[in-house]
Each structure stands twice: as structure tokens, then as C-alpha cells.
Design a protein around this ligand. Structure first.
Ligand SMILES: [Zn+2]
Length: 199
């Protein structure tokens, strides 16, 4: 399974890129970790990983919240997509009951492109959609990493991208400001010269 850090950082990166402020993006992205809270009950990849279950729960919550506050509609829709990103990512790393209870099998999409560099350059593509029985077994062993070095590496690259975007916005707005200042200065100079000539 992708670790919680990856589940968080990918929607966070996308939301900031889409223009959400850092606080809002962080709060919404934290929701992407919710499906893995099933480990608290010693079950992993339980019904909390079913897109049907997620949609039923989130749409019901949205309908109730929408009754009280209609302004948050966009944020709520984005939050649903962010939570759905969790089973979507999990289905590529292990058996996930993504369509439970409509489809009573766990799905695991395995894909890999490998090269053979020995004598002849060879490419080997594997794409398999695997199915397995859904068993929501309680497990006593629920050790799972919150982050790994690979996840930290990916996160740092994405955060560097966000920092660079922020710096480039600042540079652009500073140059725009300077340009505006010099254009104004030139206009004022021309006006002053005109006034001097008319005297
Ligand atoms: Zn998961």
C-alpha cells in the first residue's frame, strides 16, 4: 500500500497547484488518509477502501452539511475526490475491495515494464488485473509504515516544486510592480517636461 505520507502529499501538491491555499490544501489532503484508519480496528483494506462505501458516506455527509452551509460546496466535492484517490492508489499496490458490495472480489492492478540489458535490449511489459476473494479478517499484526525513505524522497521533490512555483510567482509580481513603477515614472517625467515647455 502507498504509505499515509504518499496518500497525503499527492493531493496536497495537486490542490496547491490548482490554487488552494496551503492550509485548506493540507486540511483537505488529510482526509485522504481516513480509509487507512481501519487499522485501528485491526482490519486493513476493509470496506473503508470501497469507492461505493466512500461515496455513500461522503455524499450523505455533504447533503447534511450543504443544508447548513452552501458556500463550501466546491471544497466538499474536492474532498470526496481526495478521499477516492486513496483506494485508487491502493488498487495499484495490492488487493483492494474497491467495488464492494457491488463486486465481491478485491482488485489488484499489477503493471510493470522491465528491460533486459544482457545481450539484446529487450522490453517486457506486464499488465494484469488480479481478483481475489474479499476477506475482512481481523489481524493482530497491524505494523505499517507512516512514511518510508522512498515516500520522503517523492514528498521532497513535490514540495520543492511548490516552493519553486511560489518563488516564481513572487519574482513575476515583483517585476510587474517594477515595470508599473517605471512606466508611471516615465509618464510623470513627460508630463513635467510638457508643463515646463508650456510655461
Ligand atoms: Zn489503504
Amino acid at each position: 500500500m502507498p504509505e499515509p505520507l504518499i496518500h497525503f502529499i499527492i493531493p496536497f501538491f495537486l490542490l496547491v497547484m490548482l490554487g488552494f491555499n496551503l492550509r485548506k490544501a493540507a486540511l483537505i489532503s488529510l482526509l485522504a488518509v481516513i480509509p487507512d484508519l481501519d487499522v485501528i480496528f485491526h482490519v486493513h483494506r476493509s470496506i473503508s477502501h470501497s469507492i461505493i462505501f466512500i461515496l455513500v458516506v461522503t455524499v450523505s455527509i455533504i447533503l447534511i452539511l450543504n443544508y447548513f452551509n452552501k458556500k463550501l460546496r466546491t471544497e466538499m466535492m474536492v474532498a470526496v475526490l481526495v478521499i477516492l484517490s486513496h483506494p485508487f492508489m491502493d488498487v495499484f499496490t495490492g488487493y483492494t475491495p474497491i467495488l464492494w458490495p457491488l463486486f465481491n472480489k478485491s482488485v489488484y492492478i499489477f503493471t510493470e515494464l522491465t528491460t533486459n540489458m544482457n545481450n539484446v535490449f529487450d522490453l517486457n511489459l506486464i499488465f494484469k488485473v488480479n481478483f481475489d476473494k474479499i476477506i475482512f479478517l481481523q489481524t493482530t499484526n497491524s505494523d505499517a509504515p507512516i512514511f518510508t525513505s522512498q515516500g520522503v524522497g517523492i514528498s521532497l521533490v513535490l514540495l520543492a516544486g511548490l516552493a519553486m512555483k511560489n518563488i516564481s510567482i513572487k519574482i513575476h509580481s515583483t517585476t510587474d510592480l517594477m515595470r508599473y513603477y517605471f512606466i508611471n515614472l516615465e509618464r510623470r517625467n513627460k508630463k513635467w517636461i510638457k508643463q515646463q515647455k508650456n510655461k
